[in-house]
Design a protein around this ligand. Structure first.
Ligand SMILES: Cc1cc2nc3c(=O)[nH]c(=O)nc-3n(C[C@H](O)[C@H](O)[C@H](O)COP(=O)(O)OP(=O)(O)OC[C@H]3O[C@@H](n4cnc5c(N)ncnc54)[C@H](O)[C@@H]3O)c2cc1C
Length: 337
């Protein structure tokens, strides 16, 4: 394990924000993780556990240690006629894991194709897209307690998954490093085509009996249309969570704004944050080096050399205007570090 000083974080975040970490270490092997935890460094300094940096907004300086998780490996642990257990190390690129499942005809991960980031962040964030969440396929999570270095295997229910959240973002925030995730995938053909434009696009492409590859390809192309490609445009994806509001509040809003976009969610309503932001006139606007993406108002993006402070300031203005117009408090999905 090596500890570097004054490392630029620009290559390590998809927003492309220029920032520096006082200390930085890249954990590429399990032994590095053990050495790091035995060193006591994480108990002595502020730290941030970094995956692909696709959901973070850095300030100019991180006065502590950034721990980049680069552990690799994807293994099939167990296979029956019906299902398969696949273990993926935390530093694997999420979309490589999805591609692995698709290539092996393992069903369940395909709707989560093209989500940037790493496998290790998937249980932390409970990533989701096109009607599927990581929680639907996670069997267990292998993690190490930062204070003691002890291994703990979290079952799916131990993870307390919620909308873009889990125990790793709430009760156990900054307490564990995820080393690997074991997923249960189905070997029986089971596709989830009912969300968004998936079925329409499949029909448009003239596909009558879609395969796993067809579905993941179609979803990747729908995403490419709507979201900035992180290799070309800096962003953190959806910047805010879709707010969940009580039925009475939704009904009152629906009366005032009949076109409101919302879906029933656990006895309440989940409102499309992008719609709220667009209604407040933010879509396509630019402020210095940061803008609101013209194709999707939920995405803030880097117009050149934006700083974390600029992103934070714009996010705050958007939150204030949505609160004033709709009485709804938007919560950032992106993490300010
Ligand atoms: C263009 C674009 C599109 C996106 N689309 C989606 C989408 O459709 N659905 C969706 O859910 N998200 C989406 N996102 C957000 C992002 O891809 C996810 O949140 C992703 O899971 C973040 O992974 P990461 O490895 O980059 O994590 P990071 O951004 O590096 O970190 C995110 C959080 O996870 C923690 N973390 C990371 N690795 C570990 C680990 N090994 N152990 C413990 N904690 C860890 C970090 O400390 C931090 O709190 C999108 C982002 C972009 C840029």
């Amino acid at each position: 394990m090596t500890l570097q000083e004054n490392v630029s974080l620009k290559p390590y975040n998809t927003f492309g924000i220029a920032a520096t970490s006082q200390y930085f270490t890249d954990i590429a092997a399990p032994i590095d993780l053990q050495i790091l935890m035995q060193s006591g460094l994480l108990n002595a300094f502020p730290f941030f556990i970094l995956g692909g940096g696709s959901n973070v907004v850095f300030n100019k300086l991180f006065a502590g240690i950034v721990v980049k998780i680069s552990l690799k490996g994807i293994t099939v642990l167990e296979e029956t006629d019906d299902s398969v257990l696949v273990k993926a190390a935390a530093g694997e690129v999420w979309s490589d894991f999805v591609d692995f499942c698709v290539a092996h005809n393992f069903y369940g991960a395909e709707n989560l194709t093209s989500i940037p980031g790493t496998v290790g962040a998937s249980p932390v964030q409970n990533v989701g897209a096109y009607g599927v969440e990581a929680k639907d396929i996670i069997e267990s999570v292998e993690a190490y307690e930062i204070l003691t270095g002890k291994q703990r295997i979290f079952s799916n229910s131990d993870c307390q998954f919620d909308y873009r959240s889990s125990i790793f973002k709430t009760k156990l925030k900054n307490k564990y490093i995820v080393a690997s995730v074991t997923f249960r995938l189905s070997k029986q053909p089971k596709l989830n085509l009912e969300y968004g434009a998936i079925r329409t696009e499949i029909e448009k492409a003239g596909i009558t009996d879609p395969t796993l590859t067809d579905v993941s390809r179609i979803i990747a192309s729908i995403r490419e249309e709507k979201l900035p490609n992180p290799d070309k445009i800096g962003s953190a994806g959806s910047f805010f969570k879709n707010p969940v509001i009580p039925v009475a509040q939704f009904e009152a809003l629906k009366e005032k704004h009949p076109a409101i976009v919302a879906y029933p969610h656990k006895g309440e309503y989940k409102v499309a944050a992008g719609w709220l932001i667009e209604q407040c006139g933010w879509k396509g606007r630019q402020f210095g080096n940061v803008g609101v993406y013209p194709k999707q108002a939920l995405v803030l993006y880097n117009l050149g050399d934006c700083t974390g402070e600029e992103v934070k300031a714009l996010a705050k203005e958007i939150q204030q205007s949505v609160e004033t117009h709709f009485g709804i408090a938007l919560e950032p999905e992106a993490i300010f570090v």
